[in-house]
Structures are given as structure tokens and as C-alpha cells.
Design a protein around this ligand. Structure first.
Ligand code: ADP
Ligand code: MG
Length: 827
């Protein structure tokens, strides 16, 4: 009777077209929804039998030849293991790291900075800096406000002063004596040898006590101010005390940058080459050797090592550094390492934290002793803004210039939320310094402007630690990376915007996204503390005292309570943690989030109907990749194109390879277009890599084609590491030999949750939730002339619109075939 059903459906479809004329949703009609359900049953008998399908809906389209195509959208599917436990009417809501979503700070955080927007526009208008300056004094220049900013500068210098914007609440004027002392301290690092510097650190005075406590206890919690030596010293003390004779001393960091930078520092202090006795490991980069005794690594790397070696036998001691940050991986490691400590009596665990509420850590580890490193800090004069400041980036730039002109020696540290803000702030600072120099009759002291954020190349990052030239003031513009992870000496002035970026699960996008939020009181206090490391300092808070009291949370919300847990769930499942809801979490994530992540993994086929790992799931765990990318890779294997997919996954795992210099945007855009594969950005990435390979991986070839050679080299390294994993899994390298439709199908299999269908010019709507999303202007599909009906995308980026990043055209029947829980299709 399938035939008659077909007939019935055709008739009804035609009828609806006449009524409406355009795209229709059959589910809107009661009569039709019955048929839809029937259809779903017919299409997804399996799923229905398991009770997974709840509600269905038909979307219909007629193409040019009036040929009918019906897409059936199946809503509310769920694996049986979730039945009765949770109703998936919508995605689980994350715990928001916000005290009050209607507060001034929350609103400002959502709005973002005007200065950043201006900078972005300026960039996209291809207005080179040179040209901008030529405008000064001209009529156009006046219209564009070049002169206006120059005038503003004079007014801005008045910002600091007893009557200025800043409220001098705690009047603490430095005596001349204090200032001299401070200067002496700041010169200290410059004049003393590394070993003298080591002995000057606060932790040095308690070295033997610390070693004593570690000797007598299996787990120790160490508390100390940032900069006291917690990260660089205990590893060396343990090495000196002989612990490394019987295993490694490992030290975990929540941030890649910190792991690399600290390992570098410690290798210098120990006078060895980095990668020999002292090494580091971050994802896709292992700089250790058999001779390594001290290993710094990200917490994610250690977590993955527990897969291979659940007892971590090669480690004698693990130091979990920066525990107060409560990163997702650190939180999971707490539970795992607690078990390791119970199983291995020779194993030592040290947990270090920069904040005082260590009771939680101590309690979690059964009342482990808490060791305090005596602090050596100087008073910090904290100044609050009188009014909430609308544009905190602009305000921070003004404040920095004001300090530079009116205040005594000492470097400046500004806290911003991310790369774009930092770039715009640095640009504005440079611009205003130029204006000052050209408009001032007196000599303006030099200002060295130094950005730091995690995506900044390592050699540029290292610059923040270098001495500034004689008579030059450093102004470091940083993300919260400089809050506790990295310590720079010589900071006397901190400018705190009061905001930070945080990864939070975004139910609308269906994935984690970095968003700006007000930081916590604890974070603000840490930031202020950075000014009092080498002498008495000042912290300018660009928010009000009342905001501090009423709008900021006392402590940050741990990452585990606000992000997607798919990776963690997959990992814990493979560690045979049967019931995730009973895992020993210090602060358990919301149950809904665990279940939601399990649901996502079930959709990808990593979990079976009873919540256990499938064969595919077991294989997915092997790759240090997001579950979606691991799935794409393994589908490449099934479809016989893993060689191609491997390259795409590697390219997606590194920052964009395309280079777009500010003054040569048109030229570089033209160069990029030459690589375009019209129906897919993923295939475009593949094409770039293949061309590079054909040109013997040459650097000059990259330069000629506006490609980042470092990015491509990194992709090549990632590729070879993933290839090693494939070899150990005995998965052969198959190629589809330029049959690129097969590759698109593999891509589709990973992203069927991120699918969208055409609605207008360059405008799509998400197939699952109907949210509009747009092609990014840099996409190969943009301005193609024809836009495919159905596409999948890698991720959404939120700027002025919801842009889909990295898009591929797909055939609708693939969606039905690969994501039967969402789609089915009848022609
Ligand atoms: P803590 O972990 O307690 O915050 P650290 O051990 O990181 O302290 O830092 C101790 C000292 O080592 C600080 O004075 C800091 O300036 C210095 N230091 C740390 N890393 C580097 C580096 N990469 N380059 C130069 N100095 C560094
Ligand atoms: Mg540290």
C-alpha cells in the first residue's frame, strides 16, 4: 500500500501549493499531520519501534521542473536510555555565569564596544593607516573625525586627577620612600641572575617545609599568591629531592600558552634545552624526550593519557596547577586522580591554587593538608569608576594614555576580553601616541604596546617578558591569561575593564560559544593584585563599586557547569564509568547537561540505545578531536575517502590558513578565490593543502598565495599525528581520487545537526530550529550565482549576524540517510 500512500501525499501536496504558492509545512494542517506520522512510521519503522520518534513534520519544496520533493523532519527523537528521565522539548539551559542578566554590566557585556566595531569597520573598509593619517587636517579628515580625536586627547589627559572620572576612594599617596623601594625591586629582575631570582621568590623560604609536607602526605593543597613561584618552583624542588629518579614530575595547566611559556622558563632556570630534561606537551605538540624529568602539559593532555594508562604509572608526582580556574578538564581529573591516588601508594598529588578558598579541594581529597606560601605583596590602591562606563575598551585606552602621561614609572597591564578587543585597543593606543607626539611640543616618553592572547604566535607572546628599552614604559594588553597563569614583573598599574570571555553552552547555536560576561569578584581581586607584585601599585576599575558588590558573582562558575560535555562524556564512558550521574565530581554538572551530551553522542552514533559506547564510539575516543570531527574521519573510512577527510580535519584543527594583510585585502581575496571549490569550503581547504603538497610544501609558494606557512605546517603535523593513530587502529588510508562528492557525504555525516536550507539570497534557515543564518562573505559559496538548497556548516560565529563558518553543499537525501533521526526524504 506504499503506492497509494504516495498518491495521497502527492494530491495533498498539490492542494497545499495552490492555497499558499510557496514553501509549506504540512504539519500545520491537522489532517496532514496524520499522514506525516504515518509516513514517519513507514520511513523510520526502526526508530518508531524503539519509541525514539515523538513528533514529525513535513517540509515541502517544488523545484523548477515542478518535480516534487518532500523533506520529512522528525522532531524530538531520543534514545530509549533517556526515556522517562528527561523530556527533550528543548536543549538543556546552561548555568549562566551571571548574577543578574538585567544589570548594567550584563547589558554592556552584550552590547560590546563601539571602538571595536569602528576598528572592524575601518579594517573592512580597507582604509590603511597611512591613508588615514593623510586625511588629518583635510575636509574629509574632519568629517571622518581625525581631528576630533586629536582634540579629545588633551581632554583625556585630565581623566586621572582628583577631580577626574576616577573616584579616589582610598586615598593612599605613595611616599617617596615607598616609590624608591618599588623602583629598586623592579630593577631586581633585570640585574640578578636566574638562580638569584629563584631564591628571591616567596616559595623559596618554605622550600624544605613544603618538601617535608609532601614527603609525609599523599595529597597536598598548596595556596599562594600569583607570582610566589607555585608553577615554576615545586617541580624543580621535587626533581632536586630525587622524586624524578623513579618517574616523571608532571604539572598540568589549563592553558596551552602557560604550559609552553612556563616550561621555557623552567628549562632556562635549569640550564637545559627545552624538550630535554624539561619539556611540555599540548594537543598535537609533544616537546619531551625519554630524558625528560619535568613535564608541563595541558590538563587535556593528561586526561587523554589516562585512557592509555589508567594508573598513570610513568608519573611519580602530578601537580595540578591553577586548580582555582576550575577548567573542565581539571575538574574531571580531580575525580580520576583521586582514584589513582587510592590505587597507587607511591603516587603523590599536589593541587595548587591562587585563591584562598582551598577548603573545597582539601575536603574533596579527604582532608588533605593545606600548605600556605607566605605572600609578599604590596598595597594596591583600588579606584572605582563613578559611573558605569559604556565603552570599556575606549575607556581603558584613555586611562592608559592618561597614566602614561601623568604618572610615575611602572608598567601598565590592561585586562580585555579577547583578541579583537586587544587588537583594537592596541591600534587605538598606537594611534593616540602618534597624535600626542605630533601635537605635543614636549618630548613624549615612549610606550611599548604589547598584546597577549592565546592565539598570538609564541615569539610575540614571549615579548611581554622582555625588558623594555631605557625610558620606555610597557603597556601589556591581555586577556584573563595574565590574571594568574602568567606573571609579568614590574606592573604598577592595572586597568581592569571588569569583563572576560567565557565558554558557555549556547542552546540556540547548539554548541559552546565564547561570550563576554562580567568577571567575578575573585577575578577582579586577582587582577588588582597584579599591580602589587613588585611594589605598591594602583588598580583602575572601569566599573562602579556598586557593580562590584551587586552585579558580580563572588566566584566564577566552573566550566563543567556551563559547557557542552560531549568530549568528557565520551572519555568517561571509555574509562568504563558506567553511571556518569554518579561520577565523583567536585561540583557536579547539571544532570540535564550530561544527558544532553549523551543525546548528542547518540545522534552521532557513538552511543547505543542503552547508553553504552558503540564500535564507532570506541574508535572516536582514540582521536584527540571533537566528536563531530572524529565522526567525519571515521565516515571517511567507511566511504573510502579517509585520505581526503584526514586533510580536511587537520585543516579545521588549526587557525585559518588564509592570510589577509590589512593593506592588501583585495589582492589576497583574489588569491584565495583561486582555491575555491564552488560547492564547499571544506573542499576548498582540501584543495589548498593538495596544491601546497604539489608545490613541495614550499614557504615561498605560501607567501605568493597569501597563505600562512606556519598554519599549513601545523596542519601537516596534525595530519601526520592523526595518521599514526589510524595506523595503530589498523585503518587503511583510502582515497576517492578526486570523486569529491563522496567527501561531501562524509562531511554531511558529521554535521547533519548543523544543516540549513535556502530561504533567500545568501540567507538560510537552520533545518532543525528555523533560526536564520548567513553565508560568510569569505565562503566559497558566497556570490556563487547559484546557492545550493541544502548546506551543512562547521560552526556559527556571532558578529553582526549569525554567520555560518565553513560551509558545504549537501544533497537532501544524504541528510535523510545519515541523520534518519531528523530527516527523511521522498521523491
Ligand atoms: P605562580 O605560579 O605562583 O604565579 P610562577 O612560578 O609562575 O608563580 O612565577 C614565578 C616567577 O617567575 C615570577 O616572578 C615570574 O615573573 C617568573 N616567570 C615565570 N614565567 C616566566 C617566563 N616565561 N619568562 C620570564 N619570567 C617568568
Ligand atoms: Mg602559576
Amino acid at each position: 500500500d506504499d503506492g497509494s500512500f504516495q498518491n495521497k501525499k502527492t494530491k495533498l501536496a498539490k492542494k497545499l501549493t495552490r492555497q499558499d504558492g510557496s514553501l509549506m509545512t504540512l504539519a500545520q494542517s491537522k489532517k496532514l499531520s496524520q499522514i506525516t506520522a504515518e509516513n514517519a512510521q513507514w520511513e523510520n519503522r526502526q526508530l518508531f519501534r524503539s519509541g525514539a520518534v515523538r513528533r514529525t513534520e513535513v517540509q515541502m519544496e517544488f523545484d523548477d521542473e515542478d518535480e516534487r520533493r518532500v523533506i520529512l523532519l522528525v522532531h524530538d527523537t531520543r534514545p530509549p536510555f533517556l526515556d522517562g528521565r528527561v523530556v527533550f522539548t528543548k536543549q538543556a539551559e546552561p548555568v549562566m555565569p551571571l548574577k543578574d542578566p538585567t544589570s548594567d554590566m550584563a547589558i554592556i557585556a552584550r552590547k560590546g564596544s563601539l571602538l571595536v566595531r569602528e576598528f572592524r569597520e575601518k579594517k573592512s573598509m580597507n582604509k590603511s593607516r597611512q591613508r588615514f593619517w593623510e586625511l588629518a587636517g583635510s575636509k574629509l579628515g574632519r568629517i571622518l573625525g581625525v581631528e576630533k580625536t586629536a582634540e579629545q586627547i588633551d581632554a583625556d589627559t585630565a581623566v586621572v586627577g582628583d577631580q577626574g572620572d576616577v573616584d579616589f576612594k582610598h586615598k593612599l599617596k605613595f611616599s617617596q620612600h615607598l616609590k624608591e623601594k618599588a623602583e629598586a625591586v623592579s630593577d631586581f629582575a633585570k640585574s640578578k641572575s636566574l638562580s638569584q631570582q629563584r631564591q628571591y621568590l616567596p616559595i623559596y623560604t618554605v622550600r624544605d617545609d613544603l618538601l617535608g609536607v609532601v614527603r609525609e602526605n599523599q595529597v597536598v593543597v598548596v595556596i599562594g599568591e600569583t607570582g610566589s613561584g607555585k608553577t615554576t618552583q615545586p617541580t624543580q624542588y621535587l626533581h632536586e629531592d630525587g622524586y624524578t629518579r623513579t618517574g616523571l614530575v608532571g604539572c598540568t595547566q589549563p592553558r596551552r600558552v602557560a604550559a609552553m611559556s612556563v616550561a621555557q622558563r623552567v628549562s632556562e632556570e635549569m640550564e637545559t634545552v627545552l624538550g630535554d630534561e624539561v619539556g611540555y606537551a599540548i594537543r598535537f605538540e609533544d616537546v619531551t624526550c625519554p630524558n625528560t624529568k619535568i613535564k608541563y602539559m595541558t590538563d587535556g593532555v593528561l586526561l587523554r593519557e589516562t585512557l592509555k594508562d589508567s594508573d598513570l604509572d610513568k608519573y611519580r608526582v602530578i601537580i595540578m596547577d591553577e586548580a582555582h580556574e576550575r577548567s573542565l578538564n581539571t575538574d574531571v581529573l580531580f575525580g580520576i586522580l583521586k582514584k589513582v591516588a587510592a590505587r597507587r601508594r607511591d603516587f603523590k598529588l599536589i593541587v595548587t591554587s591562587a585563591t584562598l578558598n582551598a577548603d573545597k579541594f582539601s575536603k574533596f581529597f579527604g582532608g588533605a593538608p593545606v600548605f600556605h606560601i607566605p605572600g609578599r605583596t604590596f598595597p594596591v590602591n583600588i579606584l572605582f569608576n563613578k559611573m558605569p562606563c559604556e565603552d570599556y575598551v575606549e575607556a581603558a585606552v584613555k586611562q592608559a594614555i592618561a597614566i602614561h602621561i601623568t604618572s610615575g614609572p611602572g608598567d601598565i597591564l590592561i585586562f580585555m576580553t579577547g583578541q579583537e578587543e586587544i587588537e583594537s585597543a592596541c591600534h587605538a593606543l598606537a594611534e593616540r601616541m602618534e597624535q600626542l607626539i605630533s601635537s605635543s611640543t614636549k618630548a613624549v616618553p615612549k610606550l611599548s604596546i604589547l598584546p597577549i592572547y592565546s592565539q598570538l604566535p609564541a615569539d610575540l607572546q614571549a615579548k611581554i617578558f622582555q625588558k623594555a628599552g631605557e625610558g620606555t614604559r610597557k603597556c601589556i594588553v591581555a586577556t584573563n591569561i595574565a590574571e594568574t597563569s602568567l606573571t609579568v614583573d614590574g606592573i604598577f598599574y592595572v586597568i581592569d575593564t571588569g569583563y572576560g570571555k567565557m565558554k558557555v553552552y549556547n542552546p540556540r547555536m547548539g554548541m559552546d560559544a565564547l561570550q563576554v560576561f562580567p568577571c567575578s569578584q575573585a577575578a577582579a581581586d586577582q587582577r588588582a593584585g597584579r599591580a602589587g607584585r613588585t611594589g605598591p601599585g594602583t588598580c583602575y576599575r572601569l566599573f562602579t563599586e556598586s557593580a562590584y558588590q551587586n552585579e558580580m558573582l563572588p566566584n566564577p562558575v566552573p566550566e563543567i557547569q556551563r559547557t557542552n560535555l560531549s568530549n568528557v562524556v565520551l572519555l568517561l564512558k571509555s574509562l568504563k564509568v558506567e553511571n556518569l550521574l554518579n561520577f565523583d565530581f567536585m561540583d557536579p554538572p547539571p544532570q540535564e547537561n550530561i544527558l544532553n551530551s549523551m543525546y548528542q553522542l547518540w545522534l552521532l552514533g557513538a552511543l547505543n540505545n542503552v547508553g553504552g559506547l558503540t564500535n564507532l564510539g570506541w574508535k572516536m575516543v582514540e582521536f584527540p578531536l571533537d566528536p563531530t570531527l572524529a565522526k567525519m574521519l571515521l565516515m571517511g573510512n567507511e566511504l573510502g575517502c579517509i585520505d581526503e577527510v584526514l586533510t580536511i580535519v587537520s585543516m579545521l584543527s588549526v587557525p585559518s590558513a588564509f592570510f589577509r594583510p590589512k593593506d592588501r585585502e583585495e589582492e589576497s581575496d583574489a588569491a584565495r578565490e583561486k582555491f575555491f571549490v564552488p560547492e564547499s569550503d571544506h573542499l576548498t581547504l582540501l584543495n589548498v593543502y593538495l596544491q601546497w603538497e604539489l608545490n613541495q610544501y614550499r614557504g615561498d609558494w605560501c607567501n605568493d598565495h597569501f597563505l600562512h606557512v606556519k598554519g599549513l605546517q601545523k596542519a601537516r603535523e596534525v595530519r601526520s599525528q592523526l595518521l599514526d593513530i589510524l595506523k595503530t587502529l589498523k585503518i587503511p588510508l583510502t582515497s576517492c581520487h578526486m570523486e569529491w562528492d563522496v567527501v561531501r557525504k562524509a562531511i554531511c555525516s558529521a554535521y547533519f545537526q548543523n544543516s540549513a536550507r535556502l530561504k533567500g539570497v545568501g540567507e538560510y534557515i537552520n533545518c532543525r530550529n528555523g533560526v536564520p543564518c548567513h553565508l560568510h562573505p569569505s565562503s566559497a559559496l558566497y556570490g556563487l550565482g547559484y546557492t545550493p538548497d541544502y548546506i551543512v556548516y562547521h560552526e556559527l560565529v556571532l558578529t553582526t549576524k549569525d554567520y555560518m563558518q565553513c560551509v558545504s553543499a549537501v544533497e537532501p537525501q544524504w541528510l535523510a540517510e545519515l541523520g534518519p533521526m531528523f530527516f527523511s526524504v521522498k521523491d
